[in-house]
Design a binder for this molecule. Structure first.
Ligand code: SF4
Length: 290
């Protein structure tokens, strides 16, 4: 008989819990709420909220004039607030306080690096095109360099996008891997010795990295539950697979393949900061019933 354990550290992070509870509070009035982008990168949770009246849109111009628009935990660039004002939208701003602080720090760094005739660079370690990264980039008017990995950083250095004769400050998207960020910082510091490194990975994410590694090693098979578009899901499931090659990613119970558990006696079920607790429990229940 398989012993199934759900990771107590998995499930929504504080920023997502806050955004969803504000959305639910609003939806309880019976009004339609328009979410600018998916409120959480999890298809099952989106379907649940969709039934309650949450409509996901991709631009403020898709929201009827005068209606209410939710800004999710990832945050938005200043241009979004201007667009919302132009359409007389009521903004339900659910930007995570951690992201809000990061946006402010990037704005300050940008003005510092461009004061007194300097032309320094703000570097953002994050996924190109990710909503949080677009919001961060917007704090510099689009004048920061976004790098996803070591080869993009090398390219930015060789093309002169990062001027190594000028000061530079680096920030990370909140959900990136702490070890990859450390590698990127040391690569950049090798050519910009005065580099200022800002520790901006969310504490909730950073602590999950170490506890999840231990959890993944402690089980014969790991089932990682995440939506396909979750950036944090990709980072954390990669970590689990490095620690335990018998790691499988599923969106829900219907994707479970019983052959994965051949010869196993323990299964660990875990997920991303965007995976709802109810879905983790459903998956764990489905495995236990095999
Ligand atoms: S991962 Fe951290 S920073 Fe990002 S939304 Fe969640 S709590 Fe906020």
């Amino acid at each position: 008989m398989l012993k199934v354990e759900t990771d107590p550290g998995s499930g929504f992070c504080g920023g997502v819990i806050r955004a969803i509870s504000r959305a639910e509070q609003y939806l309880s009035t019976g009004e339609t709420l328009y979410s600018l982008g998916a409120i959480v990168h999890n298809e099952a949770e989106l379907a649940r909220l969709g039934e309650r009246g949450l409509v996901t849109v991709s631009s403020p111009s898709d929201v009827p004039v005068g209606a209410s628009m939710l800004i999710r935990a990832h945050g938005e660039p200043p241009s979004t607030y201007v667009a919302a004002m132009e359409r007389s939208l009521t903004v339900i701003d659910c930007t995570c306080p951690v992201v809000l602080r990061l946006q402010g720090r990037i704005r300050e760094a940008y003005s510092r690096l461009h004061s007194g005739g300097n032309h320094g660079t703000v570097v953002i370690f994050g996924r190109v095109g990710h909503a949080e990264v677009l919001g961060l980039l917007g704090q510099t008017g689009g004048n920061a360099v976004v790098v996803e990995n070591a080869s993009m950083l090398s390219e930015a250095l060789s093309s002169g996008m990062i001027d190594v004769s000028q000061p530079a400050e680096i920030f990370s998207q909140t959900t990136k891997s702490p070890s990859e960020y450390a590698q990127i910082c040391s690569q950049l510091r090798a050519v910009v010795p005065s580099l200022v490194v800002h520790d901006t990975i969310c504490a909730q994410v950073a602590s999950r990295h170490s506890s999840l590694a231990t959890f993944a090693r402690a089980h014969d098979v790991v089932i990682f539950v995440a939506g396909k578009s979750s950036s944090n899901g990709k980072v954390l499931s990669d970590l689990c697979r490095r620690e335990n090659p018998r790691t499988y990613i599923v969106g829900g119970p219907s994707e479970i393949d019983p052959s994965w558990f051949a010869g196993a006696s323990t299964v660990g079920v875990c997920g991303a900061t965007s995976t709802p607790q109810w879905l983790l429990e459903q998956v764990a229940g489905a495995i236990a019933a095999l």
